[in-house]
Design a protein around this ligand. Sequence first.
Ligand code: SF4
Length: 349
Amino acid sequence: MKGMKEISALYPEELKAVLEEMGEKPFRADQLFSWLQKGASFDEMTNISRELKEKLRESCIDRPVSVLEEHRSRVDDTVKLLYSLRDGNCVEGVVMHYHYGYSLCISTQVGCAMGCRFCASTLEGCVRNLTAAEMLGQVHCANALLKEKGGKIGHIVLMGSGEPLQNLPQVERFLRLVSHEKGLNISLRHISLSTCGLVPRMYELADMGLPVTLSLSLHAPNDLIRRRLMPVAERYTIEETLEACRYYVRKTGRRVIFEYALIDGVNASPECAAELAGRLRGFQCHVNVIPLNEVPERQLYGVTDSQVQAFLDALEKRRISATRRREMGDDIQGACGQLRKHHLEEARP
Ligand code: SF4
């Protein structure tokens, strides 16, 4: 399989070059592009000649991702997916049903190197970056699943395993393709990218002219607490990170979402809420408060409903827009990285 080209993440001009190498007419590139962007296999491409399909099968990959496991929630419409990749690795994703349609959480790396202490995706480090074709493949798999209900993915969050900004070239390619008017045409305004705060890359993203919503994993009101939870806080202070967020808002006109997981005895007190509100005053932002999905390996524990409410009230009193993130698929290992971890443990001798 080595040397096979993943052609589903090629731009039309690049597909033209591939076809020319094969001695084919370049005008076929547009037809091929539109099939590949729909997630079609070579077999399903009805207006492509048998000879060309044969050539493509010999040296190219149409679908780099397939579904290995599917877990449907009994309490809501959430579906958690474990995808298998061609090299034997696996990553996970979640399809969520909101009043505005279906949203997909996708992974950008196998595992993650960032070491956030509350996250199961990082327990075994980062294995490798995903390619843009593998990111698109996750969307295609989810769309195939929703087809029976007449639905399709309209929103995307890059919030599964991996730090998207550590894999920025492939993430950029994915964003340009998934929003391509001749492809899935998902508006960039319906896409959120979550980062733990790689400051220089946040500036790079802001300069790319891709108006996605930036979501920052903040999780602490000050550097002292943040350093206990996130190694990235040793490299960049909260103030430096917020400055990069302000730049993002100025460049893109999009507001920033701050993710804040409440962890008992660490960052969940009303004093922390007051300190956080002070930091965010005047910022065009929203705070997503998330009761922690516990990671017992790290001895970090969640909070009660009344603690969540008290935290939200303290923010609201200080005029900071905040909501509790809806917990979905609680009965199907909803926390990021749990499903893959479980799968790896089962596969071990
Ligand atoms: S929270 Fe995100 S950046 Fe942090 S370790 Fe998990 S996947 Fe990586």
